[in-house]
Design a protein around this ligand. Structure first.
Ligand code: ZN
Length: 76
């Protein structure tokens, strides 16, 4: 089973889904590591950290998220 991939947020320090483009104060759409462990199980989810996001490696992002999600998130 593929892991569910989140992105680390440089603004709020929580994790968001890559498709999330809203406000960081939206509590329903930001998650802590503990919350994600509780939701998916430990080791069953993954995330892209800030360093990886800086690299702006589109191929890498497409590999992680698929063609549709990656460009939407990383190219606003
Ligand atoms: Zn955020």
């Amino acid at each position: 089973m593929d892991k569910i991939v989140y992105v680390e947020c440089g603004s709020c320090g929580h994790f968001h889904l890559p498709s999330f483009g809203g406000d960081c104060r939206d509590d329903d759409n930001r998650f802590s590591a503990d919350q994600l462990d509780a939701m998916h199980g430990e080791g069953k989810w993954d995330y892209v950290d800030l360093e990886e996001q800086m690299q702006d490696d589109q191929d890498h992002m497409v590999a992680l998220f698929g063609e549709d999600e990656a460009p939407n998130y990383f190219k606003p």
